[in-house]
Write a protein of this length. Structure first.
Length: 78
């Protein structure tokens, strides 16, 4: 597993450890605080403002991953 992919999955696990939904701003702030790689931060910056369940966040991120051709590097999320 690529380091960026692993870090992205870890971020999602952390976000939903104690929450059922998270805001886009929460995702951005947590990603920045974890000093994630630039490709992951770029991906997260593409999220539209909203509150997300884990499934919806993964769907949004997977759509961006696919649309930008990053599937080989970042994989898909569940």
């Amino acid at each position: 597993m690529d380091d960026s992919q692993e870090q992205l999955r870890r971020l999602i696990d952390l976000l939903y450890r104690d929450n059922k939904t998270v805001a886009r701003l929460d995702v951005l702030l947590r990603a920045e605080s974890l000093d994630l790689p630039a490709d992951v931060l770029t991906l997260i910056s593409l999220l539209p403002p909203s509150r997300y369940t884990r499934g919806r966040l993964c769907d949004q991120l997977n759509s961006a991953i696919t649309a930008h051709g990053w599937a080989r590097r970042l994989g898909t999320l569940e």
